[in-house]
Design a protein around this ligand. Structure first.
Ligand code: NDP
Length: 285
């Protein structure tokens, strides 16, 4: 029987570290760390996510500035707003909450964000830095997952890691981060012929698909570490992951729960990335 990898508790520790760092910056440089969040329209899930990010800012003593604009705001105006935030020295991180309304090109907005303030790590320059092994802002969800893996004590070099999903925000950066840590990485996706076979060999499984319980517990290798990124709302309202939690826990060493696993780590990592952006803006490492 494995252990539940409690992302909520670990995220709380990360937030405490960030808060200590923010307080130290305030004392040494009189600097308040600022995160600007742009929310376009009334997507209900976005409202919930933004609220939790603003609450996290309060907890770590950052100043958060929410720019909530109507759904019909022209793209050019949003680019202009990002330009102003790029220039504002009191703003260290800029976050554009996705999804955006159909008339707005998300790529154009992400490209407009100053890479130094791209605390989500979605700008192609930061993605390229990860690809080429250079320092830069790492995407929050996979970077948070790396911390979760470290908390298990698993020795990653040489281990077989299977990432299910190849999105730009989770799957691909996750695979690159694991590669950077010398794991032997396989990326699976909707065209993978034998997902079960790939997962049966894996010492680490990261499932980021968005299909309820696609990964069966019986596929998990004894003693593996299983990270479930998926957040799937069932018709009755229940939230489940991409992995069959109970059966997976019987075989794995660690499994993250949904909710309470990866989600809180994503927000905590966003705070850590914003603190790091503020430190770099001051020329601190
Ligand atoms: P995307 O929809 O962008 O990507 C899903 C990936 O899953 C694609 O690469 C797709 O393959 C692959 N896939 C789809 N069906 C299968 C299948 N049957 N077998 C194997 N692979 C499959 O999703 P995201 O990466 O944005 O998100 C994934 C999940 O993680 C979602 O549930 C999302 O809500 C959640 N999430 C959670 C976060 C958190 O903080 N907890 C943060 C971000 C996401 P292909 O490329 O071939 O289409």
């Amino acid at each position: 029987m494995g252990r539940i990898l409690d992302g909520k508790a670990i995220a709380q520790r990360v937030r405490a570290e960030v808060r200590a760092g923010a307080v130290a910056l305030a004392e040494s440089h009189g600097l308040g760390v600022g995160l600007a969040v742009i929310r376009v329209g009334e997507d209900p899930a976005s409202a919930v996510y933004v609220r939790s990010k603003i609450r996290a800012c309060e907890e770590v003593s950052f100043r958060s500035i929410e720019h909530h604009v109507p759904a019909e705001t022209p793209e050019a105006e949003l680019v202009e707003l990002i330009g102003r935030l790029n220039q504002d020295p009191s703003v260290h991180g800029i976050l554009v909450q996705l999804p955006l309304p159909p008339h707005v090109d998300a790529d154009r907005l992400l490209l407009a964000v100053d890479p130094a303030k791209d605390v989500d790590g979605f700008h192609p320059l930061n993605a390229g830095r990860l690809l080429t092994g250079r320092p830069g802002v790492r995407a929050c969800t996979p970077f948070g997952i790396l911390r979760l893996l470290d908390e298990t004590g698993i020795d990653l070099p040489g281990r077989r890691a299977v990432v299910v999903g190849r999105s730009n925000i989770v799957g691909k950066p996750m695979a690159l981060l694991l590669l950077e840590r010398n794991a032997t990485v396989t990326v699976c996706h909707s065209r993978t012929r034998d997902l079960e076979g790939e997962i049966r060999r894996a010492d680490v499984v990261v499932a980021a698909v968005g299909r309820p319980e696609l990964v069966k517990g019986s596929w998990i290798k004894e003693g593996a570490v299983v990270i479930d990124v998926g957040m799937n709302r069932l018709p009755g309202g229940k939230l489940v992951g991409d992995v069959e939690f109970g059966p997976a826990l019987e075989r794995a060493a660690f499994v993250t729960p949904v909710p309470g696993g990866v989600g809180p780590m994503t927000v905590a990592t966003l705070m850590a990335n914003t603190l790091q952006a503020a430190r770099l803006a001051l020329g601190l490492g």
